[in-house]
Write a protein that binds this ligand. Sequence first.
Ligand code: SF4
Ligand code: SF4
Length: 73
Amino acid sequence: MNRSVIEADLCKGCRVCVNSCPNHCLSIGSAINRLGYQYAHSTPEKCNACGICFYVCPEPGAITVYKGDAPDV
Ligand code: SF4
Ligand code: SF4
């Protein structure tokens, strides 16, 4: 299954990815990461692996997009 994976401790909760995903796969949760930010979560069901979230995220390494068979997380 296509999937975007958020590295929770690298996310600063800026919402750029949330607002950019055309399929509404991303949201900001209530949990706090090590940096003190509420971080993004991904729900993969509608992800088409377009990569938009990866390209817009300002935090290197915070998002990885897998096309096809993604590892379980
Ligand atoms: S790869 Fe595309 S569809 Fe999947 S979560 Fe990112 S922006 Fe959304
Ligand atoms: S764009 Fe990057 S830093 Fe901003 S909420 Fe999404 S994953 Fe986090």
